[in-house]
Design a protein around this ligand. Sequence first.
Ligand SMILES: [Zn+2]
Length: 402
Amino acid sequence: MADINPSEIEQIVKQVLEGMHGNTGSSNTSSACTGIPSKGRVAMLTSLENFELKEFPIPPLGDHDMLVKVEGCGVCGTDAHEFKRDPFGLIPVALGHEGTGQIIAMGKDMKKDSAGKPLKVGDKVVSCMIFKDNPDITMFDLNKQNVGGADVYGLLPDDDVHHNGWFADYIVIRGGSTVFNVSDLSLDLRILIEPSAVLIHAVERAKTTGILRFNSRVAVQGCGPIGLLCIAVLRTMGIENIVAIDGQDNRLQFAKQMGADKSVNFKNYKDIENLAEAVKAAFGGYHADFAFQCTGSPAAHSNIYKFIRNGGGLCELGFFINGGEATINPHFDICAKEITTVGSWVYTLRDYATTFDFLKRAKGIGLPLDQLITHRFPLDQINEALKTNLSMQGLKIAIVNK
Ligand SMILES: [Zn+2]
């Protein structure tokens, strides 16, 4: 010991301190500090109908965290409700949950996605907000530790991390979150994963009735993004005898491109009896075996029973939020016809993983899913994007970062 001179001791201490520093903070990531930004912008909803772009430092990543550079994020009806009314009382909040982007940095223990697929810097990912557990989940060997948990990026109240929503330059994905490697899907298809999962779930619910089969006659009422995706999911399953019902001719035209065989504009018919006759005529003189109700209109719910044959089925998925009460005649609409009805809301983790395969199949058979995204705004026009959504122009509105 006596042989070590003071300058050598200084050198050793320096090395030890450097070693310690190497085990803390941002240098503990597999990207070895290359390209990790020091700060990023977050679109923060600070008051009703008002996002402000705020810049926050990128926090040090924990061993299971990831930093993702946001490429794009769809605007959802939930975002629009929060923007207009703050029903969840989250303000100030970083919104955006239909997002996707590229991994920039990863904690040293983050190696696989929630389906067990390897993850590396450069991969494209989506997060998943899970609302429902599902006993079939083990079929995909999915990690379900966060079922019912709080990893709902885009609806988390603001905290010290700040980068909690996909309407941002970067998002911090915390350890244990549900995340999937979707590097094999284009940006447009990745933006459509979340809304598509809603339809995968609805069709799975419909299948439980035993009525929806190959070559079934299917009526899809409502040709917004949900109804159009419904048609695409049915088409990828081999169901081709689809009649689309809506009040806008341009949407009905698009429904045909998405796979509907025939379309009916309800505005051309003075009452439900005439409309029901028109739907029957579109099926060549038959009622529908099965119907999907994809509008948020109570009157549309009341009407749809008239399109369905005796012993047929109905999936109601249009009321994502409370849209009021609908009137039906239980004798004529349900009992006498022996209709089997299922409700559908959001999706399970299994539906989410199934959605990746649906998108590949839809692309494979040439369905123009990417045309569902009718408006693309840069992050600094987020207020305009939300207002465009609220004005009901277009179909899917998305924020796309350069
Ligand atoms: Zn959504």
